[in-house]
Design a protein around this ligand. Structure first.
Ligand SMILES: Cc1ncc(COP(=O)(O)O)c(C=O)c1O
Length: 470
């Protein structure tokens, strides 16, 4: 190593100390760990309440807990593990990077790893979108990417209002939560970001216009446009429309292509920025590199996190250079330079392309939806089987019971029972959506045909062994 400041005599350039190779041994008494968790950790913990397990080891799609039970994990860090756990090539790239002395993190300074990640990401994006794109590294959470996008949109347009959608999930920080539809994390908050207006997201089963299908989609667009045209609507002209091309936490709802196309048309016509939040649905999950590509339209700002770091924390936003009006440091953050995430992220993108994992996501997703549809024939409590690629869901309702709007009544309790029984039989599935009555499946993109058969079998078993709640 050459010291460019000519301070060789004063600066120790090598570390001759022997570094002991330590292997940490943990106390693996399962019950103690869970008791300790409940004792020490905040009441805010969430997943441990539905999945009271302590993870011992993981590999691919499989988790083994400290009691020796094996699970097929269809949650996969909420879509943050596209290649599953401990993929040998990801492990290897991280180990070799550490051995080369590349830093763990580098603020926003560049490194060969970062340079390689940026090029790989640009190659993974649609060419037309990547052509004039700038990428901005944010703090490691998806929420920080959302905050950056809000600031950027407001700066570019010099406006304050934002449009979001019913069922949207954009994160837990102030602005991101303000844009989120789910009320439970908002109910006790005050002073969230102001000037957010929510519009209906296409959802045939629970169409707010009472129409569903293509008519519901058309009405939703007409409604947005009519509000934008109305000088008595109460909504000042928005800076941006933010939308998930497939809503995840909202209950796995895919935005129809024609709806996204209409949003693009409206955004362009009214000079509003269009933000696609692909933090959950991007990076191969829907059977395409990105969920929006099937629509043929592109966002002004694209948000990525979760899978983009290949299981390590990283988030980025990507937009056309022409709207890059930031001043240096206007959106900063210490951990914008996670080199391990850049190495695992780049390797993950390469493996998704090399192993054609988008095709696997498509095929395994179709297989799962076909099997779930067969099960739904025998279990009318499944009101709908839906999804795209490996973002799948079933919605659980009380048979022949309808609310005053004519929508099927959700069976929240039964959904919880199904989730619990599935866990007991070795399947991890998450709950989301309206009234917490949507069971969703987000396995790693590497899941096999046999594992999907197992998933469907367990769901069927759980349905057979639960009944409608009172
Ligand atoms: C679509 C979407 N946007 C944003 C976020 C927030 O990301 P994070 O939890 O990393 O802050 C999530 C998290 O689930 C998400 O699904």
């Amino acid at each position: 190593m050459k010291n460019i400041c000519n301070f060789e005599s004063q600066m120790p350039l090598s570390n001759d100390q022997e570094i002991p190779c330590a292997t940490q041994r943990y106390d693996l008494t399962p019950d103690t760990m869970l008791i300790n968790q409940a004792h020490y950790e905040s009441e805010v913990r969430s997943y441990p309440r539905r999945f009271p397990i302590a993870i011992k080891t993981t590999r691919g799609v499989i988790i083994e807990d400290t009691k020796g039970q094996i699970y097929v994990d269809c949650l996969a860090g909420v879509a943050s593990l596209p290649l599953g756990y401990n993929h040998p090539e990801i492990n290897q790239v991280i180990i070799s990077q550490l051995n080369q002395g590349i830093p763990y993190q580098s603020l926003d300074l560049t490194t060969p790893v970062k340079d390689h990640f940026i090029k790989t990401l640009m190659n993974f994006l649609p060419k037309t979108f990547a052509k004039n794109a700038h990428v901005q590294f944010c703090g490691p959470s998806g929420s920080d990417a959302v905050e950056a996008a809000i600031k950027l949109a407001k700066m570019v347009t010099k406006r304050n209002t934002m449009i979001s959608f019913h069922g949207a999930y954009h994160g837990m920080t102030n602005g991101a939560l303000a844009l989120t539809g789910k009320l439970s994390p908002k109910n006790r908050r005050t002073s969230l970001m102001s000037d957010v207006h929510f519009f209906p997201f296409p959802y045939s089963l629970r169409c707010p216009f009472g129409l569903g299908g293509i008519q519901g989609i058309k009405q939703s667009i007409r409604y947005i446009e009519s509000v934008l045209e109305n000088d008595e609507s109460g909504m000042t002209k928005p800076a941006a429309i933010i939308v998930e091309p497939v809503q995840g936490e909202g209950g796995v709802l895919s935005a129809p292509n024609i709806w996204l196309q209409a949003l693009r048309r409206i955004a362009t016509k009214y000079e509003i920025l269009l933000i696609f939040d692909e933090i959950q649905c991007g990076i191969g999950r829907t059977g395409d590199n990105f969920a929006f590509t099937a629509s043929g339209v592109e966002p002004d700002i694209l948000l990525l996190a979760k899978a983009v770091g290949g299981g390590m924390p990283m988030s980025v936003i990507i937009y056309n250079k022409s709207i890059d009006c930031w001043l240096s440091g206007e959106h900063a953050g210490t951990f914008r330079g996670n080199q391990l995430a850049m190495a695992s992220g780049a390797k993950t993108l390469e493996i998704i392309e090399r192993d054609n994992l988008t095709k696997n996501a498509q095929q395994r997703g179709e297989q799962l939806r076909r099997l779930l549809s067969e099960i739904a024939q025998k279990h009318p409590c499944i009101a709908e089987v839906r999804g795209r690629g490996l973002m799948c869901a079933i919605e659980i309702v009380k048979e022949n019971e309808f609310n005053p709007l004519g929508h099927p009544v959700s069976d929240t309790q039964r959904t919880l029972q199904i989730q619990r029984l599935a866990l007991e039989r070795g399947l991890i599935i998450e709950i989301s959506g309206r009234q917490g009555a949507v069971l969703r499946f987000l396995p790693p993109l590497i899941i096999s045909e046999t594992q999907i058969n197992f998933v469907a079998k367990i769901v069927e078993y759980a349905l057979e062994n639960t009944s409608v709640s009172q």
